[in-house]
Write a protein that binds this ligand. Sequence first.
Ligand code: UT7
Length: 321
Amino acid sequence: MSFRILGTGSALPERVVTNDDLSDFLDTSDEWIFTRTGIKERRICTEETLDDLAMEASRRALDMAGVAAGDLDLIVCSTTTGDHLVPAEACAIAEGLGASCAAFDVSGACAGFVLALDVADGFMVRGRASRVLVVAAEQMSRVLDWEDRATCVLFGDGAGAAVISVDEGQNPLAMSFSTTPDVASLNVPGISGTCPFRPANHAASTLSMDGRRVFRFGVGAICDAVKSLAGQAGVAVSHIDHFVFHQANERILSAAVKLLGVDDARVVRTLRSTGNISSACIPLALDSLVRSGELERGELVAVVGFGAGLDTGACLLRWEQ
Ligand code: UT7
């Protein structure tokens, strides 16, 4: 029992925010941001809701797959920044698409899409689903401290999706998940509420990060995960055709490329024009690879997400579309 990716899709908000736009109200510059991160611009929600973006990405994936929303057995959405604490973002997607299948979210931060993919695979293996929509949608702009130049310049909003179906092939060839427990290094505190039995606490629910710590973790996470995937599948790292890594910092990508000794041109990059969209980075980068026409049947694709947790989620796929 395995799965096949039938279609992918992605969606970004209309509003482009350049590094120069940020330097209008922050003590920063295009030069600093681009040199330190590789980011030139990001998309930020203005009129759009996250539900809108998630549904647009899903519709594109369903169109490519040739699957009607009514034929889905399950929708799994990865998000930590959904439009609703309750219900799950996946339920809003189901309602918007007119689907009537089971729908729920997973919370795995930047590793969330790969976790959602594995959850979907588990439903298929147990015979509970044969067509699943896996979505990742993040509105990072709502959890940023827009006065903190060390974090708000890094992130953006967006969504990506994939439709997967039961298949007789071998996918996933390998999966790898791990957590190095460390809450403080990348943290968004929960909402505090107004409970009369607790002392008033009006701390904003905004993101804080130890950038250097997460940087070091990210480079190691990519290298360890790629080696683990290759070992499990019995292939050499050099035989992997494409790498879809979490898009956090160009310097993380290039350090990992150097340490792994892989061809830089094989690493998908979307970061320059999107910034870090947490779990939505991976399906968005995968969609850009699929739509570029560079991905050929039979090729191997290694996918690695890493971030808050500190979580890592990775999988190796043979492209069978
Ligand atoms: O999905 C989650 C994954 N997140 C990540 O992977 C993030 C990983 N970390 C990073 O990408 C990098 O650590 C950052 C981009 C966050 C920071 O880059 P860095 O090279 O580690 O810079 P730094 O934090 O060491 O800061 C260097 C200097 C500091 O000034 P001083 O202390 O040297 O005077 C900062 O205050 O750069 C300053 N700085 C800025 N200057 C202009 C920090 N942010 C900015 C800014 N513009 N936006």
